[in-house]
Design a protein around this ligand. Structure first.
Ligand code: 2P0
Length: 340
């Protein structure tokens, strides 16, 4: 109800439009938070309790093609999904927001080159690409800031997936969320690399949506989280400004560990780590003691994302066979074309 009201009041064109092209396409990158979003002040509008800051992976994400059809059909990586999956239900609920008055249906053909539901932000790039493609198909003519607000109605982390590079999601104070959107930070850091250490692509035991809620409601440590986030956001911005990789790495790692500590202190406890996750953390800590500038971050899954500089990429490769390395940041202006 609240979502429909926000749309009607602030983006009236989105509730009145019908497909006006034969098809539309869009790409959105997935993003990895260096300072995490964990906890909501509004569960329907996906309004966060704190700001967050992420980096988009230029070549990893979701490409979506929308084609008007007689009835809805959702295709993911070439396979038609049945309507009982949570992903399809959330996607159709999102489409329904825009066709309360007009009735139209779509074939939604999504191609993702990341493992689904393994803490690699598939919902972030999924809803961001869908918002962009709908904007094209229905001719809404909305800006990326506005599409960031609309993507948030599908999934919180999608707010940050409208841009390449570093993005801050502003917490906002308004109850309608009109000041809670992403903003690209104009910092390029081409030497920064991310390594995807995949332990498992199994479906997670608890969704991040449910885990977040349980943490806020039961964790004895959650009270300390907003203070940590504010400090970490300041440190990350300083690190970006001065290209201080040690500061960036230790802030991101400590932020992720603090988020997981709030989960461990929830009841029932939430633990996304697998034995391999802890072994890999210990290996990273040992390598760091030996002088290698290597850090990690972890999202709502067992996989770790390694952070290091290009000059150390060969050394990191030697220690982690099969590691997929993504050169994460390309300059803001050059990468804008990639995101189209
Ligand atoms: C993040 N995560 O900042 C954090 C860190 C996972 C761990 O945002 O309920 O799928 O759709 O708003 O965005 C994952 O949560 O949750 C997430 P909803 P979402 O990337």
């Amino acid at each position: 109800v609240k979502k429909a009201e926000v749309l009607k009041k602030n983006f009236p064109q989105t509730t009145l439009s019908e497909p006006c092209h034969a098809q539309a396409e869009a790409f959105a990158p997935t993003n990895i938070a260096l300072c995490k979003y964990w906890g909501k002040r509004d569960h329907e509008l996906n309004l966060p309790l704190t700001s967050s800051l992420s980096i988009s992976l230029p070549e990893k994400g979701a490409a979506v093609k929308l084609i008007p059809a007689i009835k809805d059909q959702i295709i993911l990586n070439g396979h038609t999904l049945t309507s009982d999956t949570i992903f399809v239900r959330r996607l159709v609920a999102f489409l329904d927001l825009f066709r309360q008055q007009q009735k139209w249906s779509l074939t939604v053909d999504i191609t993702m080159n990341i493992p689904m539901a393994a803490g690699l932000a598939s919902s972030a790039c999924g809803f961001a690409s869908l918002a962009k493609a709908l904007n094209n198909l229905l001719d809404w003519q909305l800006t990326e800031h506005e599409l960031s607000i609309i993507a948030r109605l599908g999934s919180g982390s999608a707010t940050r997936s409208l841009w390449p590079g570093f993005v801050e999601w502003h917490v906002g104070v308004r109850t309608d969320g009109m000041d809670s959107y992403g903003e690209p930070l104009d910092h390029a850091w081409p030497e920064l690399c991310l390594g995807l250490a995949i332990m498992s692509d199994a479906i997670k035991p608890i969704s991040s949506r449910d885990a977040m809620r349980l943490t806020v409601e039961t964790s004895t440590l959650y009270g300390a989280w907003p203070t940590q986030v504010n400090q970490d956001l300041r440190s990350l911005k300083e690190a970006l400004h001065h290209h201080d990789f040690s500061l960036l790495g230790r802030t991101a790692e400590s932020n992720a560990l603090a988020m997981h500590a709030t989960m461990l202190s929830s009841w029932p406890p939430i633990c996304y780590a697998l034995p391999d996750t802890l072994t890999t953390m210990q290996k990273i800590w040992a390598l760091r003691q030996q002088g290698l500038e290597l850090y990690f971050t972890q999202d709502a899954g067992p996989n770790l994302k390694l952070l290091f500089l290009n000059q150390d990429a060969n050394k990191v490769r030697e220690h982690f066979s099969g590691l997929e390395i993504v050169k994460s940041t390309i300059g803001l202006s050059s990468s804008l074309t990639l995101a189209k």
